[in-house]
Design a protein around this ligand. Structure first.
Ligand code: ADP
Ligand code: MG
Length: 155
């Protein structure tokens, strides 16, 4: 499964299942079903880290979950990105660009909400540490996120 990494992906942010992740302080930007289906089928469910960019905005650290989607009775995967940055507004409908670099852990069940939240906090800390490594930092500058200077779209 790791042979797919780094994995570059771009797509629209859609409304999710609304399971209250914002209330937990951990909003996750969901990709559409179409984008999820473009993922390699043998990419394991679990928590990953990488870089993310909304529209033409700055590139930020992110943690990403590939999991089973209860809305589709767990027969379809969901891919959700938590960007490690405070945004003033929602960005539904915008284009999210990500590069998935590495895996943190596989999908787990938690006995309590507190246990879930603290696991996610640990995932975020691990992502921050990993992404500070020089070999991971360099992907932040990848042309995938920004058109080279002097070039414009539609020309
Ligand atoms: P949904 O179930 O619709 O995905 P969430 O509670 O997971 O709802 O919130 C996700 C939405 O919050 C994103 O689609 C985005 O518009 C917004 N958002 C604001 N800040 C962030 C962030 N730091 N990371 C991800 N999404 C964010
Ligand atoms: Mg979400």
């Amino acid at each position: 499964a790791m042979r797919h990494l780094p994995f570059f992906c771009r797509g629209e942010v859609v409304k999710g299942f609304g399971r209250g992740s914002k209330e937990l302080g951990i909003p996750t930007a969901n990709f559409s079903e179409q984008v999820v289906e473009s993922f390699p089928s043998d990419m394991s469910t679990g928590i990953y880290y990488g870089w993310a960019c909304v529209g033409n905005g700055d590139v930020h650290k992110m943690v990403l979950s590939i999991g089973w989607n209860p809305f589709y009775k767990n027969i379809k995967k969901s891919v959700e990105t938590h960007i490690i940055h405070s945004f003033k507004d929602n960005f539904y409908g915008e284009i999210l660009s990500i590069v998935i670099i590495g895996c943190i852990r596989s999908e787990k069940n938690f006995s309590s909400l507190e246990a879930l939240i603290s696991a996610i906090q640990e995932d975020i800390e691990e992502a921050k540490r990993q992404l500070d490594l020089p070999e991971h930092l360099k992907l932040k500058e990848d042309n995938f996120f920004h058109l080279p200077e002097g070039k414009t779209v539609n020309h």
